[in-house]
Structures are given as C-alpha cells and as structure tokens.
Design a binder for this molecule. Structure first.
Ligand code: NAD
Length: 475
C-alpha cells in the first residue's frame, strides 16, 4: 500500500461486497442506499469505580435493519471495538439472517475493553452496567433487540445481562428471551455453545455432498480426505476443528491463535492441543508439531481448506497472493477483505462466505429464543408418543417377517428425539437448504457466467430484504 492510500475499513469491505450483488438487481433509485444504511447506532460511555481508580468504558450497539423484529447479533468485548465494527457486523447479521431464513433484523454491539485485564468480579460490574445502559434505551429486549456471545463474551456475560434485564423488567414473563447463548440452566439451549462450529461443519458437509462443488473448487475426494488449517482457536475455531476431525475424519494440519501457530503435515490432535492450551495458556511446547510465533504465516502453508475463525481482515491484499488452500470457509465475520476476495477469485480459489458459513450461531439462537417464548423444551410433548409409535412399528415388522430386528435398528426406531437431536437436525437442514439455494443461484443468475458464492449469497439476502421492506413500504 502506498503511503497516501487509506486502508479499506471493515465497513467499506462489506459495503463493496453488497454493491457487487446489487448490480444484478433492478431497484428504484435510492433503494440500495436505504437497504445499506444502518437504522440507528447508540454509543454509551460509563464510568466504573475500582478500588484505586475510575475508568470510563465506551460501548456501541448498532441496529442495521429492523424490517424484522427483534434484531439480533452478538456483543463483542475487544480493545479494537468501535462504531465502524458495530455497523459492519450489524449489516452482516441482517444479510446472514435473510440467507438462512431466520426472521430477525441485524444488530451488533460491544465494548472497547481488554477482558483479560479484569477479574471476574470486575467483569460482572462492567457487563451489568453496560447492559443497564442498553436496556434503558430499549437496545436489549426480547421483542426488540436480542444479543448473543461474540469475541470476548460467553455464556457467563449472557447470564449477567439476562439477570440485569430481569431485575429491570420483573413483569416481563419472557425475560429469558432477552439474550441467547445463556447457560442451559438459565433457559439456554443445548447445542448453542458449539453451534457456530457445528454450522461450519454442516456447511462443509453440504458443499462436499453436492458432487460438482468440490470438483469445481479443484478438491479431490470427500471431506475426510482434506487437510485443513484453522486460524482462531476460540469458540468457533476449536469446535469446527473438533467436529471436522472427530466426525468427518478430516486432517487438521495447522492451528493458529493470537500468540502463535502450530503445523504438522501428519495432522494435529485438536482435543489434546485444546487441553494443552487450557493448562499452559499457549501452544508453544505442544509435542510433535512445529511452532511458529508469527502464527499467521501458517495460513500460507500447504492445505486444501483454510478456515479463518478469528477476526476480520485476516486475509488481505498482502497475504492473499500466498494462500495455498483451494477453498476458504469463512467461519469468522469478514476475515477476507474485499480486495483480497478479488485477488483470491482471480487465482481460482473458492470462498464460502461468512454470511453462510458462520450462520449456525444465529440459527440455534433463533431456536433458543423460540423455546424461551414457548416456555417449554422442544420435543417434550411428542417424545414418549414417538417412542410408543416406534415400538408398534418394530413389533409389526418383527411379526410380519418373523425375524427379530438387530438391537441397534430397534433402538434407533424406538428412541424418541431428545432436544439436542432436534437442534442438530434443524441446524443441518438449514445449512443444507441455504447451500442448495446459493449453489443454484450462482449458476442461474449471471447469463452463462457462474457467480461466486458470496455474490450469490448476497443476492439471495437482498431479494428477501427488498421484498420484506417493500411490503412494509420501507423502500
Ligand atoms: P473467541 O474469542 O472465542 O476466539 C477468537 C480466537 O481468535 C482466539 O483463539 C484468539 O487467540 C484468536 N485470534 C484473535 N486475534 C488473532 C490474530 N490476530 N491472529 C490469530 N488468531 C487470533 O471468538 P469466537 O466466538 O470464536 O469468534 C471468532 C469469530 O467468529 C469472530 O469473527 C466472530 O464474530 C465470529 N462468530 C462467532 C460466533 C459465536 O457464536 N461465537 C457466531 C458467528 C460468528
């Protein structure tokens, strides 16, 4: 980059990607600006008194589009958080929800803070105060705006936020639906913690199930034959690597965190690595792998699939020419900049976009929100009934064939679905449907030329948003 050039911001990058898809739509003048604009953004600043000092924390919550309510999106606690990040991430949420048919608008927010510098007691005070600021301005509520975890937040913060909401609104019988990604004992959903990583796995399974997709990307064999590098070893990166290794038997050859990365051609045991990181706080010293302190160099090593699952802008114009993967599955939000996207496309590298790949989190958040409003777990009414119907079926088959079914078949027919089975089935179905729609759209829409997956995904989202907004006379 020359000295006078301004670096492309995250918001610019998202905006250019949307423009590329809008090109294929015929819209009334000004409609595009209306869809891209952020409906509202709030900035709050609040002081917290510690024993020896007072600190002021700035925080944001952006609502990109409230054509559907509530709006939905995570809360990020990070030293780099700012309004631009909130707006860019909120916009991605709007498009993502449309692509996977979740009836929410998009929102996102966060605090500028390094959570590692504070103990649990301090974090609770800061989080509750931030929640209070947002709740009193209606930026958190089950009907209007529902946060979830993101970078730097987890079930713990969601529990504090829910409790703060309940204290302010004891009359609201739906208070538990004010946040998703809560602990299961507080109304959270089994399967939400790992949902985004699970969704990455289902996205890749859908890609490999469609026979031509892998071949078009220059990949041979099935998902189990692929060598994968994962950048980011937090909630999303770890779970994606874990499921791809344990269920699909893919080989994880590289793992990168903020303080370094490891590589091993023969594959890395990600669960053992995760245990090691939990014990020692670093990947350095983990046996049988090569450690590199500048971990991001490992993204440029040989592999078939690269899964960026850390932060935005990880693949930019400087390193895009060096990426060796044939397929990039964007588990993070915005990990490939617009410029890098064009370089990678020119090099024939296929990209599965964030607005599809990491949608698992919001999909299962939707299930959690619906469950909280229903005040009943999924499957409670029908499980025993399904079991007895299964038992009748087994008896009928055994009587008519005069053969006893093997135990495993009998058990799979007789067993009624648990809530976690239903969550996985709903997530898998959603990811398959979204992939098929994207795959078809990219073939049909461009007069002979095949669209890239990202443009196809945005095209699908924009069509749905345009329809909803014009029905509401919002464009
Ligand atoms: P996390 O905080 O649990 O993990 C982040 C990981 O990225 C950590 O391992 C950290 O070491 C690593 N990292 C940070 N900076 C890095 C750098 N410069 N180089 C290499 N590694 C770096 O966060 P998460 O919840 O796993 O989220 C990761 C991404 O996925 C974010 O973009 C987030 O917006 C997106 N996402 C998360 C969810 C969710 O449910 N948590 C849902 C959708 C999308």
């Amino acid at each position: 980059m020359s000295e006078n050039e301004t670096p492309e911001t995250f918001l610019d990058s998202v905006s250019h990607m949307v423009d590329r898809a809008m090109h294929f739509l015929e819209l009334p003048e000004g409609a595009m600006d209306a869809i891209k604009a952020c409906d509202s953004v709030i900035q709050v600043s609040f002081p917290i008194r510690f024993r020896d000092r007072i600190e002021v924390f700035p925080g944001w919550r952006a609502v990109h589009s409230s054509h559907r309510l509530p709006v939905k999106g995570g809360l990020r606690f990070s030293p780099t958080m700012d309004q631009g990040h909130a707006e860019a991430l909120a916009a991605l949420m709007t498009y993502k929800c449309a692509i996977v048919d979740i009836p929410f608008g998009g929102s996102k927010g966060g605090l500028r803070i390094d959570p590692r510098k504070y103990d649990e007691w301090e974090m609770e005070r800061i989080t509750r105060r931030f929640a209070h600021e947002l709740i009193q301005r209606d930026y958190i509520s089950p009907a209007q705006n529902v946060p979830a975890p993101d970078v730097g937040t987890s079930q713990r913060e969601m529990a504090w936020i829910m409790e703060t909401y309940r204290e302010r609104h004891p009359e609201d019988v739906n208070h538990s639906a004010a946040v998703t990604g809560k602990p299961v004992d507080l109304g959270g959903m089994r399967g939400r913690l790992e949902a985004t990583g699970r969704g990455v796995q289902y996205a890749l399974q859908a890609f490999f199930r469609e026979g031509n997709a892998a071949r078009e990307a220059g990949l041979e064999g099935g998902l189990g034959d692929q060598r994968i590098i994962v950048q980011g070893f937090g909630n999303v990166g770890y779970h994606a690597a874990h499921f791809l290794q344990n269920d699909d038997h893919a080989k994880i050859v590289g793992v990168i965190k903020s303080d370094g990365g490891v590589y091993c051609e023969d594959g890395i045991d990600v669960d053992a690595l995760n245990d090691y990181v939990r014990r020692s706080g670093t990947m350095e010293g983990f046996a049988g792998v090569e450690f590199e302190r500048n971990g991001n160099r490992i993204m440029e090593r040989e592999c078939d699939i690269l899964i960026p699952a850390a932060l935005e802008g990880a693949i930019h114009r400087e390193n895009a020419p060096n990426i060796q993967a044939r397929l990039i599955a964007e588990a993070a939000n915005g990990p490939v900049t617009f410029e890098a996207d064009q370089i990678l496309q020119d090099r024939g590298i296929t990209i599965l976009p964030d607005v599809f790949v990491n949608a698992g989190g919001v999909v299962v958040s939707y299930f959690e929100w619906v469950r909280n409003l229903a005040h009943m777990r999924f499957g409670r009414l029908e499980r025993r009934y399904d079991q007895s119907q299964g038992q009748h079926l087994v008896t009928a088959i055994e009587m008519s064939t005069d053969h006893k079914l093997p135990d495993w078949i009998r058990e799979s027919i007789v067993r009624g679905a648990e809530e976690i089975d239903l969550v996985r089935s709903g997530l898998d179905d959603t990811m398959r449907e979204a992939f098929s729609e994207m795959y078809e759209t990219r073939e049909v829409e461009s007069n002979g030329a095949v669209l890239d997956y990202r443009t196809a995904a945005y095209l699908i989202a924009l069509r749905k948003i345009v329809r909803a907004r014009s029905d509401l006379s919002l464009i």
